[in-house]
Write a protein that binds this ligand. Structure first.
Ligand code: NDP
Ligand code: KPL
Length: 310
């Protein structure tokens, strides 16, 4: 496979760096200071047991993705509509697009634009960050679940999973990848919006009785939506949302991290989409809807403030 990472930020740089280190061809599409640093010094990947640097190909020119057959879409969900327009001219019959964004709306958007057969969704469990321009860090365990929306891609998917494993990327093939993505979305819905509104770390959300109670209400509402969409949530898997949060107590959710950096938060993919679905399905979600309304407001204010350098 020839890979292009489109939006080589934290997750994309981590995956692309490992693939290139293992001898695969990877083109990294990035921008800003991260791109400049990679062009000058290469991309350094730092993990628990190893640090290495890969030295090519780094570009901001979308034209450079045309020679790749496998695109790893690393942008945030907030960029999806604009990135679809940018990559459209370079798509051909062999192109497949791996989507690792949190949420489930990105797959809908991409399938609508390019067709289901083009999309290979992935569910990403890791904690990667750009430590400084040109350097990506991922410490602790990580895991990706990859699945095909179209059975015709099963063999190709097998090959991708084999290549990723050989490159040291922990990943498994999922028979029902959208169920996996809904499962992860329940986690994100339960913790991300409330953390961004309050500034609370995962440990605060778990330990403060009132915040925990609010998380629990959100999870119950989210489970109703998930169930109606065909992804029932058992008591055990609802319990696992809180159990798995115990393993990342020290974590600041990605939404809170974006807020603190003054970056747009993934409000629609991680929250608004589910509110929209609840309305369409006639499900009452008062807690989730209230959090969403607040989140929309603080996101706009935050982005505006940072644009103006206030
Ligand atoms: N980080 C993590 O550990 C995890 C992230 N995820 C999910 O993965 C997705 C990606 O997250 P993450 O890697 O953290 O995000 P990042 O912001 O680190 O990466 C996105 C990158 O894409 C770049 N980009 C956006 N548009 C363009 C463009 N037109 N041309 C070139 N580069 C572009 C951004 O540049 P710029 O910075 O200038 O905007 C940024 O470097 C999100 O949906 C997130 O929720 C899921 C699990 C864990
Ligand atoms: C919990 C985590 C880091 C999962 O990898 C996440 O998805 C987030 O913070 O948004």
């Amino acid at each position: 496979m020839n890979y292009a990472v489109i939006g080589a930020g934290a997750v994309g740089s981590f995956i692309g760096g490992l693939l290139q280190h293992a001898g695969r061809s990877v083109t990294f599409i990035a921008r800003g200071s991260h791109l400049e640093a990679m062009k000058e010094e290469g991309l350094t990947v730092e993990r628990d047991e190893q640090t290495f640097t890969v030295d090519r190909e780094f570009s901001s020119d979308m034209h450079d993705i045309s020679s790749a057959d496998t695109w790893i879409l690393g942008v945030k969900g907030t960029e999806m509509a604009s990135i679809i327009e940018k990559v459209k001219p370079y798509l051909n019959k062999d192109t497949r697009i791996i989507t690792l964004q949190n949420g489930v709306s990105n797959e809908e958007q991409l399938s609508g634009a390019f067709g289901k057969d083009k999309i290979i969704p992935a569910s990403a469990y890791l904690s990667a960050s750009i430590r400084e321009p040109g350097k990506v860090a991922q410490h602790g365990p990580h895991k990706f679940h990859l699945g095909a929306l179209d059975r015709d891609n099963n063999q190709l998917l097998e090959n991708i999973v084999d290549e990723w494993k050989a490159a040291g990327i922990s990943c498994v093939r999922s028979e029902d990848i959208m169920a996996k993505k809904w499962e992860k979305s329940l986690w994100n819905l339960t913790f991300n919006p409330l953390s961004a509104i309050t500034g609370a770390k995962v440990s605060d959300l778990l330990d403060d009785p009132l915040l925990r109670n609010t998380c629990d209400s959100v999870l119950k509402e989210a489970a109703l939506i998930s169930e109606k969409k065909g992804y029932p949530v058992s008591e055990k898997s609802a319990g696992n949302v809180f159990k798995s949060a115990e393993t990342v107590r020290n974590h600041k959710t990605s939404m809170l991290q974006d807020f603190e950096k003054g970056k747009p938060m993934e409000v629609y993919p991680l929250c608004g989409y589910f509110v929209e679905k609840s309305k369409e399905l006639g499900i009452e979600t008062p807690v989730l809807t209230t959090l969403y309304n607040i989140l929309e407001f603080i996101n706009k204010e935050n982005v505006e403030k940072n644009r103006e350098g206030r």
